[in-house]
Design a protein around this ligand. Structure first.
Ligand SMILES: [Zn+2]
Ligand SMILES: [Zn+2]
Length: 384
């Protein structure tokens, strides 16, 4: 497979343009316009408006099966601290997760395949909004992504600091954890701080609860199951001499298996219901179910592996890895359609800054292996 230098140079320029003008979730107005314009200029059929700013470009070459390739377009509410010619011009917003790179790779793949037409069938290039926390993938699905564009499989790629540039990492099962959030209100009885016996202290009850919740993972789940329960906010009290009426805890739950996730939710409910009672207080739980586990379909994952080995070599493909306890809304797409999600390393001579770090900048050297991987996957999935 030969990719022209012109293609890679253009893709690098697109990537830097996106990086300089980052837009937050569901506000990817200019980005989405640019994506649509480029897809149109490559001769693809362009569909807009799914999930608000989402774009689908369709490339059809004869009769054959259909697959989808997905990139995310949104940036993060982070002030960029790195200094370069293409640093963010939008205060308080930056591409700290490399979605500018994912978008450029997918655009370059669309242009490459529109020129080579080296497959038989249909490819839907899916550009989604709002991956970070807001569930743009789910919005596109609600807007009929898989009904309007039926496909046999869908694939997503994420850059991965900590692995060498271009290294493909993929699992035949879970890649990323589920993401749920919770808010617990512990209500006691407010009183004078010097007379605690006249009330019921919600701060002490909530403090016990914070510690007790850690026993869900350490004592109630099997040591072989994976879950994280993190209380990340503890709000109570206004004055130094007042025991308040309420204390509010917020936090997040991450799991790698759906049954474990259900068990954690149930145990959390039991702790919140029962433990504050011992302190004369009562607890109320609001549990918000968020992104599912990002779980690859084994056959699709194996196809990605083979496509990667064919164009990047065995040494650049890692089959099997520890999943990440971070989360990804591509999980919704994998619930609705077979497919797989793959990581690609981005470390150059210097290691990449971490994802969501204010110094992060997508490594443009990864555009080439990214396009090779996608093009190879299309050619294998939709053979001539
Ligand atoms: Zn991110
Ligand atoms: Zn990301």
């Amino acid at each position: 497979m030969t990719l022209s230098q012109k293609l890679l140079d253009d893709a690098t320029a697109w990537r830097r343009t996106f990086h300089a003008a980052p837009e937050l979730g569901f506000a990817e107005v200019q980005t989405s316009q640019r994506v649509a314009d480029l897809l149109h200029s490559f001769g693809l059929q362009v569909h807009r408006g799914l999930g608000g700013t989402g774009v689908v470009g369709t490339l059809r070459v004869g009769e054959g099966p259909t697959i989808g390739l997905r990139a995310d377009m949104d940036a993060l509410p982070i002030q960029e601290l790195g200094q370069c010619a293409h640093s963010s011009r939008h205060p308080g917003a930056m591409h700290a997760c490399g979605h500018d790179g994912h978008t450029a790779i997918l655009l370059a793949t669309a242009r490459h395949l529109s020129e080579t037409k080296s497959f038989r069938g249909t490819v839907h290039f899916v550009f989604q909004p709002a991956e970070e926390n807001l569930g743009g993938a789910q919005k596109m699905i609600e807007d009929g992504l898989f009904e309007r564009f039926p496909m046999q499989a869908i694939y997503g790629l994420h850059n991965w600091p900590g692995a060498p540039a271009g290294r493909v990492i993929i699992n035949p099962g879970a890649m990323m954890a589920s993401l749920d959030t919770f808010e617990i209100t512990v209500t006691g009885k407010g009183s004078h701080a010097a007379m605690p016996d006249r009330g019921f202290d919600p701060i002490v009850a909530a403090s016990e609860l914070v510690l007790a919740l850690q026993t869900i993972t350490s004592r109630r789940l099997s040591p072989l199951d994976s879950a994280v329960v993190s209380v990340t906010q503890f709000n109570a009290g206004e004055a130094i001499n007042v025991i308040p009426e309420t204390a509010v805890l917020r936090g997040t739950v991450r799991c790698l298996q759906t049954p474990v996730r259900e068990k954690v939710q149930q145990l959390l409910g039991e702790f919140v219901e029962q433990l504050p009672k011992a302190f004369g207080a009562r607890g109320a739980l609001q549990y918000r179910v968020g992104y599912p586990v990002t779980e690859n379909h084994p056959a699709s994952a194996a196809l990605v592996r083979d496509a990667a080995v064919a164009v990047l070599g065995e040494a650049n493909v890692q089959w099997g890895c520890n999943p990440s306890m971070a989360s990804e809304d591509f999980a919704y797409m994998l619930q609705a359609c077979p497919g797989a999600y793959v990581w690609m390393g981005v470390d150059g001579v210097e290691p990449s800054a971490a994802l969501h770090n204010p110094y992060y900048d997508f490594n443009d050297q990864v555009i080439e292996p990214g396009v090779r991987l996608w093009a190879s996957l299309v050619e294998r999935s939709l053979p001539v």
